[in-house]
Design a protein around this ligand. Structure first.
Ligand code: 5AD
Ligand code: SF4
Length: 467
């Protein structure tokens, strides 16, 4: 069952906060906000909801964390590094808050679903004002109101089950492309992964809500949507209506104005031939498949609880390439899973060499408390993990460069997303195979899908000129 926010109550709290924000800063200027997002696209999408609500309440964007009156960390707990960074930032803001007592600090996201993290914040980071779990996003106006009227730290963390309320207003980061979450949670319990514990069981949004959101986005000028879920291939399993991800792609393809559809993440154990056929048949569906490998050794895959073999994985890749010869394939790989031997690692390198990924997100295994793999005694020494990681990077970087150089001379359809963040004199955009391209283009082509001739290529991006 879908839950919707209570619009009346929401509007009342937004109004209550609006009336009070003039007295937050000593100079009575509108307070500013800064959001720092860690982790995946799901978090980026959720940060857009926090942004939307903050702006409705009258907050304006700050250029950096130090000058902001309201700082929010949207956290990730998939690897330890991201967690340590959040605690580092929280520690650093302590002194700043002493100088600027009106400053408010909020923490949200996956880390807050770990009970020991919330305890640590309560005990050691008493300068934190607001804590939100992954299903409490919509409570920002209410909790902020309570914080302003009662001067206490407001913690709201639901359990991980149940739905994320529909209808929370958001402010998109990009004008022509948008995230669209189609499902939440994960049931797979890969033995290294904490996501099922902090995001709860898998549940899909109703097709009606997804299609409606896509229509609204299209009306607002969005050309490209990226469907998000931990395992999009099992979309629909929790719904009463009998449907699946392939059908959703066909239905979304009919939304006028949406010209490109991307999706992530696919799980090799659930991917169907019908999905690959749909990808090849549907013009709007981008020819890019993100298919996490994690490891190449069958033994490690089994211990990771991935439920596919190296051979099955390679067969999926072959079938996708047979149906769509120019498809780009990207992946996630973990090195140094407990018990991983040199031979196991060589199996990973073998898949990497044979598959020739367009890009790989590579990770060093990080122990996550509460997961099955964390209990193992055969953890791999740091030096061994680092060494394998470096060797993997070397192999993949050369492949990425080679794959990108194959684009030189080709004419590619690119959605012109406007001036690049790092160099305002050039425009940036992506091919349908998800390659970043930088190019010169007339201003009136911003927001359009245009033809770009690729003139040069590096390991991370392509250079081009409009045709
Ligand atoms: N250590 C390292 N990498 C991890 N991932 C998930 N859990 C861990 C962990 N404990 C990686 C996986 C996943 C990606 C989002 O993060 O590769 O696909
Ligand atoms: Fe984690 Fe595995 Fe679920 Fe991905 S599929 S979120 S790696 S448990």
């Amino acid at each position: 069952m879908t839950e919707r926010i209570d619009f009346e109550t929401q509007a009342r709290y937004i109004q209550e906060v609006r009336e009070r924000i003039g007295s937050i800063r000593p100079d009575r200027k509108p307070p500013t906000y800064y959001i720092r997002t860690f982790g995946c696209q799901m978090n980026e999408n959720e940060s857009e909801k926090y942004t939307g609500m903050l702006e409705m309440m009258g907050f304006t964007p700050a250029s950096d964390m130090e000058t902001a009156d309201f700082v929010l960390f949207n956290t990730c707990c998939v690897r330890e590094n991201a967690e340590l960074k959040v605690f580092g930032h929280l520690g650093a803001l302590k002194g700043l808050k002493r100088e600027k007592p009106w400053m408010m600090i909020a923490v949200a996201g996956c880390m807050m679903q770990e009970p020991h993290v919330v305890e640590e914040i309560k005990n050691k980071y008493k300068h934190v004002d607001l804590v939100f779990g992954t299903r409490n996003i919509h409570e920002l106006p209410k909790n902020l109101y309570e914080r302003l009227t009662e001067e206490k730290c407001v913690i709201s963390v639901y359990d991980t089950e149940g739905y994320i309320p529909e209808g929370v207003p958001l402010k998109r980061e990009h004008k022509y492309k948008a995230w669209l979450s189609i499902m939440y949670g994960c049931n797979n319990f890969c033995s290294y992964c904490i996501v099922p514990y902090v995001r709860g069981r898998e549940r899909s949004r109703a097709p009606f809500d997804i299609l409606e959101e896509a229509r609204i986005l299209a009306e607002d000028g969005v050309k490209e949507i990226t469907l998000l879920g931990q395992n999009v291939n099992s979309y629909g399993k929790t719904l009463e209506e009998k449907t699946d991800f392939t059908e959703l792609l066909y239905r979304l393809s009919e939304v006028k104005g949406i010209e490109r559809i991307r999706f992530m993440t696919s799980h090799p154990k659930d991917i169907s031939d019908s999905l690959i056929i749909a990808m090849s048949e549907l013009d709007k569906v981008c020819k890019h498949l993100h298919l996490p490998l994690q490891a190449g050794s069958d033994r490690i895959l089994k211990e990771m609880n991935r439920r596919y073999t190296k051979q099955r994985y390679m067969d999926i890749v072959s079938f996708a390439r047979e149906k769509m010869p120019r498809i780009a394939i990207t992946t996630d790989i973990i090195v140094g899973f407990p018990g991983e031997t040199e031979e196991d690692f060589l199996e990973t390198l073998d898949v990497v060499r044979k598959t020739e990924y367009d890009m790989a997100y590579t990770f060093i295994y990080s122990v996550r408390k509460g997961t099955k793999a964390a209990e193992r005694e055969d953890q791999i020494p740091k030096e061994v993990k680092n060494n394998r990681f470096q060797r993997l990077l070397e192999v993949q970087d050369a492949i990425s460069l080679k794959k990108n150089r194959e684009y030189i001379g080709r004419i590619e359809a690119v959605l012109n997303e406007g001036p690049s963040k790092t160099d305002k004199t050039v425009c940036t955009g992506r091919t349908d195979t998800n390659k970043i391209v930088n190019f010169m283009a007339p201003e009136d082509t911003v927001g359009e899908i245009i033809n770009v001739r690729i003139t040069d290529a590096g390991a991370w991006s392509l250079e081009g000129e409009t045709v």
